[in-house]
Design a protein around this ligand. Structure first.
Ligand code: UT7
Length: 319
């Protein structure tokens, strides 16, 4: 029996930082409102000429270096993104070319903020079955380009960034249990309806969100999802060394930690520094906790995502 384990992590945030104070000068909002409702203090915004694939490339190179692997050793690239460089080719193909990763299989996964959880779940199976040897899984987004910067209900929440992991085969299990879910009937509570037809954008190109409905679904769906993976793995909540949730809102994260029964000291939160970076948020938080020494080999991690679709999922991992 063969398995797959994470060998290295990497992440990247664009240089430009937009603080709550800067937004106070542009729209009718306040640092106090944003921090008390979300925990967000700042977000990073990509430069005009920076694309999702550029952010992904920085994170990918850092993850490969941490894993001690060359780009030429990668034979599978999955990029989770909702903000691809273009309709096609996929951002994964663009990353493969920029990285110089030979003829590695490459495709995108579109599950919005759950994208990285879906992508890592797929990549783990493709490596564990023996079909691939070394996979690069990236979550990368330029969500700032989907924002109406005059809509205070959404523009304060999101930011740009990328995170990546390298996985390869191992004799010991890396993935202990996983659960992926979706409910298409709730698509309307978080969406961008715009699409390209006959050369023009049809529909609204900006994010529309019913924040309270998303909040309620996130806590319920992720609470149930955590119970499922713990039951499947035969573990109690106190076996989790680090809970690395989707970084959207500190209040959602606190509610989930309470529901799962985890002390907040075991939760990794980075949302204050970069807001909601959609598919990039979980690998960004993971990389932060690996690099600052909190996450160590052999520890048990619970990774969770929730987002448009609506989609959600949990991965219980042995790091
Ligand atoms: O990956 C998933 C992505 N989405 C999420 O995670 C969103 C989940 N939901 C949330 O995080 C919260 O629902 C929000 C942070 C979006 C909103 O917090 P809330 O406590 O649900 O506030 P609310 O929508 O009920 O709005 C309360 C008030 C409203 O004013 P009125 O109608 O009571 O006068 C809003 O207009 O706050 C107002 N408001 C703001 N005020 C200052 C909304 N946005 C802002 C703002 N600054 N940026």
């Amino acid at each position: 029996m063969s398995y797959a384990r994470i060998r290295g992590t990497g992440s990247y945030l664009p240089e430009r930082v937009v603080t709550n104070t800067e937004l106070e000068g542009r729209i009718d909002t306040s640092d106090e409102w944003i921090v008390s409702r979300t925990g967000i203090e700042a977000r990073h915004v990509a430069a005009d000429d920076e694309l999702t694939s550029d952010l992904a490339l920085h994170a990918a190179r850092a993850a490969l270096e941490a894993a001690g692997r060359e780009a030429g050793e990668v034979d599978l690239i999955i990029v989770a993104t909702t903000t691809p460089d273009m309709v096609f080719p996929s951002t994964a193909c663009i990353v493969q070319h920029k990285l110089g990763a030979g003829e590695a299989a490459a495709f995108d996964v579109q599950a919005v903020c759950t994208g990285f959880i879906y992508a890592l779940s797929v990549a783990e199976r493709m490596v564990a079955t023996g079909a691939h040897r070394c996979a690069l899984v990236v979550g990368a987004e330029v969500f700032s380009r989907l924002l109406d910067w005059n809509d205070r209900r959404t523009c304060v929440l999101f930011g740009d960034g990328a995170g990546a992991v390298v996985i390869s085969r191992d004799d010991e299990p890396g993935l202990l249990a996983s659960h992926l879910g979706a409910d298409g009937s709730q698509g309307h509570i978080l969406r961008v309806t715009g699409g390209i037809a006959e050369g023009v954008v049809r529909g609204n190109p900006f994010i529309e969100m019913d924040g309270q409905a998303v909040f309620r679904l996130a806590v319920r769906a992720l609470g149930e999802s955590a119970e499922r993976v713990l039951t499947e793995a035969g573990l109690a909540a106190d076996a989790i060394d680090w809970f690395i949730p989707h970084q959207a809102n500190l209040r959602i994260i606190r509610a989930l930690a309470d529901r799962i029964g985890l002390p907040f000291e075991r939760v990794v939160t980075t949302v204050a520094h970069h807001g909601n970076t959609s598919a990039a948020s979980v690998p960004l938080a993971l990389d932060t906790a690996v690099r600052d020494g909190r996450v160590r080999t052999g520890q048990t991690l619970l990774l969770q995502g929730v987002g448009g679709g609506m989609t959600w999922g949990s991965l219980l991992l042995r790091y």
